[in-house]
Design a protein around this ligand. Structure first.
Ligand code: C2E
Ligand code: MG
Ligand code: MG
Length: 429
């Protein structure tokens, strides 16, 4: 093996396979092998913003960090910023040693933070624990890669270990992407609407556009299944653009027919914010419809504000300056901070349904929701409570000071025809 990777000095892929196979072939019963697969979040962005040599340096640093680990027996760089390493531990040792992956993530990111201030350096780390040492190394690598891809862009977990569930997600990917592509091409994405209700007014005050796919058997695939798949592959961007155009067109139709229009919110995946032209693109599209910005709201999930603050704040501000409303979706689902509310340039906070449900069943939780709603009212932020399913829940949060509700108590997300029938067509301005 006289050729090594020129940039990192690591083994080339084929050599890695043969060294790793030999290691596993000679493994003794006391050893546990673990394959770790790593790459960077937003590596293209780093290359683009900081130059290719900065990207190269990161790769070299990562290669060194891996080979410096004493349990690493062999490593290689299959391509670009992707590095894999085979580790050998004593059986029973892994449970304590796995903390080191977390430390690797933290140390690596911390030590590079100042060099790349415009983006957070973050590793996607996937792990496969080899239980059967006769499993082919290529299959071992595939599984570690599945684990790595499952945490892409997810900053809240330092690494992921391969599980059967991930395999199922991977299978869903190969099944759902062709269905999605066909649906986009044939204009067959279902856009459902769920009303948002004003308790005081006793009627609708807005709606949220939520999508569904239809699989080969004619069954509805819910977003919880296909959104992660589309986010993994970047195709969620196409979905959101589809919904955006669909909503603009609908509002225009309602306007032309002299209907009473309610503002409609569109979910924007975080992936949009990596595109510098996002604001210009949205405005360009919007201006073709001759409708008012009063009818359009964008929902961005809470976690995005934590992970990508620098990247998104400026874009959100521009969208608001133009006249769109922006809401923080699923507030309370992750690591929300009160500090965040004060600095976010947004109009509406949507309290997460899980957060509300968990809070309303105990006294402390109730006080927290109550206090939160009071603070949000004091700083003149609009609030929507999601996932309201019972009259009791409605009454409690209403008494706490929240008037806008969304939930099955009023309606599930429903097909557009039903929605228009029930909420739009009957009311004429
Ligand atoms: P979300 O934006 O937080 O939307 C609200 C979700 O809560 C919807 O789930 C809705 O059906 C559900 N929900 C509303 N009221 C209740 C209730 O009373 N009880 C319960 N248990 N659930 C309730 P859905 O439609 O399954 O969508 C799930 C998520 O998928 C959405 O959460 C949103 O993050 C994402 N999503 C849906 N469509 C799109 C889309 O077109 N683009 C993007 N980027 N994301 C989408
Ligand atoms: Mg939403
Ligand atoms: Mg939500």
């Amino acid at each position: 093996m006289d050729n090594n990777d020129k940039l990192t000095g690591l083994y080339l892929f084929d050599d890695f396979i043969s060294v790793a196979s030999k290691q596993l072939g000679n493994a003794d019963a006391a050893s546990l092998y673990v394959l770790v697969s790593l790459d960077f979040s937003k590596f293209k962005y780093i290359n683009r913003v900081y130059s290719y040599s900065a990207g190269d340096k990161l790769i070299v640093d990562l290669a060194r960090a891996i080979t410096d680990e004493k349990e690493c027996v062999v490593a290689c760089r299959p391509y670009s910023d992707h590095i894999i390493g085979l580790f050998c531990f004593e059986k029973g040792e892994w449970e304590t040693k796995k903390e080191r992956l977390k430390k690797l993530q933290e140390d690596f990111c911390k030590s590079h933070k100042s060099q790349y201030p415009k983006t957070s350096v973050h590793l996607n780390i996937g792990v496969y624990i080899v239980e059967d040492i006769t499993e082919p190394v290529t299959s071992i690598i595939d599984k570690a890669n599945i684990a790595r891809r499952s945490v892409k862009g997810n900053y809240s977990v330092p690494y992921a270990v391969y599980t059967q569930k991930l395999q199922i997600l991977k299978e869903a990917e190969s099944r759902l992407i062709p269905i999605f592509e066909k649906a986009i091409e044939n204009d067959e994405i279902l856009v459902y609407m769920q009303p948002k209700i004003s308790v005081k007014k006793g009627g609708i005050r807005g709606a949220e556009a939520l999508t569904r796919l239809i699989d080969e058997d004619g069954k509805i695939v819910p977003p919880d299944i296909f959104i992660p798949v589309l986010e993994n592959s970047g195709k969620v961007l196409d979905l959101d653009w589809y919904v955006m155009k669909y909503v603009f067109k609908k509002i225009k139709e309602w306007q032309d027919e002299g209907r009473s229009i309610v503002p409609v919110s569109i979910n924007l995946s975080k992936l949009h914010f990596y595109h510098d032209s996002l604001v210009v693109d949205i405005i360009r599209e919007f201006e073709q419809y001759g409708i008012s910005t009063d009818y359009v709201e964008f929902e961005v999930t809470e976690s995005v504000f934590f992970e990508e603050a620098d990247l998104i704040i400026d874009k959100i501000e521009k969208l608001r300056q133009y006249g769109f409303k922006i809401s923080v979706d699923d507030f309370g689902a992750g690591y929300s901070s009160l500090n965040l509310i004060g600095i976010l340039p947004v109009d509406i906070i949507k309290l997460d349904k899980g957060f509300i449900k968990n809070s309303l069943n105990n006294r402390k939780g109730m006080e927290i929701i109550k206090g939160l709603i009071r603070i949000l009212n004091e700083i003149e932020m609009d609030i929507v409570c999601e996932g309201i399913e019972t009259k009791d829940e409605e009454r409690i949060v209403y008494e706490f000071g929240c008037d806008s509700m969304q939930g099955f108590l009023y309606d599930k997300p429903i097909p557009i025809d039903n929605f228009e029938d029930k909420y739009i067509l009957r009311a004429v301005i």
